[in-house]
Structure formats: structure tokens, C-alpha cells
Design a protein around this ligand. Structure first.
Ligand SMILES: [Zn+2]
Length: 172
């Protein structure tokens, strides 16, 4: 099949365009989800659509300047569920560490809730990376000696980190 993209005048009686208008109106009148791709019975078509969607999503994700912290942890998009923690607080803290939206001095200073964005012990910027590696925190105690981003990405290691944070009573 050959597809050609061209611009034509609308609503002037061109048969193909009138037919497309009719179908668009019919589709618009359908209830939501009627055309959900999951209902497709052709597995190959579903897989192709899924592959295309992931590829388009990845291109969009890579092209955006935001989420730099999260991209260090999750460089590739996928539809898998990321969180599996059993306790709500653990789940919340894992999400905060992964998104970078923690109650670090860097964040608190932005909202005028801290007098400095630095660590009170080391006097360097207290972001998530420093929070976890600060020599005064011990939040990586008992963890495998991995790269910090690998530790945050790893479900077992991140739970150990969160357990240490909760035990220290530091709110993040
Ligand atoms: Zn420090």
C-alpha cells in the first residue's frame, strides 16, 4: 500500500474527504475506550503498536530537558510497574528518591523553608546525591558497593536505603 500526504479543500464535495468526515463523526460519537488497542485481537498488530508507542515515548523523553535526576536512574522508558514496596511510607520515600523531589535543603531552600541549600555538616549543596552519600548520614549502611544511581534503581538496595532513612528519623 502506498500512502500519500496532501492538502485538499474540505467540505466542497470531494468524495474521499466527505467519507473521512462521516467516519470521523461516527468515531467521535463512540463511547470512550471503544477503540482501545488492548481489544485488538491481532497480537502482531498490538506488538507493533506497542513498539511504536515506546519508541515515540523514548524520543519525547530524550528530547526533554526536565527530569535529569530521574533520567540517571531510569534512562529507558517502559510500561513496567516500578514500585513494589509493601509499606506506604517506603513506597513514598522510594518515589521521592527516584524523582529527586525530596525534602533536601536544596528543595527546602527553594520554598524558603531552609536558610541554606547546603548540608549543615559539609557545607556543600544538599541534593539527593549528597543526602545519600554524606559522611554524616550513614544511609548507605549495609548496601552493596554500587554506583549510587544503580543503588536507587535496584529494588532491594533502595529498600535498604529507605529503611536506614526511616531509622534515622530524617524526613525526606
Ligand atoms: Zn553532608
Amino acid at each position: 500500500m502506498r500512502v500519500t500526504d496532501l492538502t485538499i479543500a474540505s467540505h466542497v464535495g470531494i468524495p474521499g474527504n466527505e467519507k473521512a468526515d462521516q467516519h470521523a463523526k461516527l468515531a467521535h460519537a463512540l463511547p470512550p475506550n471503544t477503540m482501545e488497542i488492548k481489544q485488538c485481537t491481532n497480537k502482531l498488530a498490538y506488538d507493533k503498536a506497542h513498539e511504536w508507542l515506546i519508541s515515540a515515548w523514548q524520543k519525547y523523553y530524550d528530547g526533554k530537558q526536565y527530569a535529569k535526576h530521574y533520567k540517571q536512574i531510569v534512562p529507558k522508558v517502559d510500561t513496567n510497574i516500578k514500585g513494589t514496596a509493601k509499606h506506604r511510607q517506603t513506597e513514598v520515600y522510594i518515589s521521592r528518591l527516584r524523582s529527586g523531589h525530596c525534602l533536601t535543603n536544596k528543595t527546602l531552600f527553594t520554598y524558603k523553608r531552609a536558610t541554606s541549600e547546603n548540608c549543615k555538616h559539609c557545607n556543600v549543596l544538599e541534593d539527593v546525591q549528597h543526602l545519600l552519600t554524606c559522611p554524616f548520614s550513614n544511609f548507605l549502611q549495609g548496601c552493596l558497593p554500587l554506583n549510587l544511581w544503580d543503588s536507587i534503581r535496584n529494588p532491594t538496595e533502595i529498600e535498604k536505603i529507605v529503611k536506614n532513612i526511616i531509622a534515622s528519623k530524617r524526613r525526606i
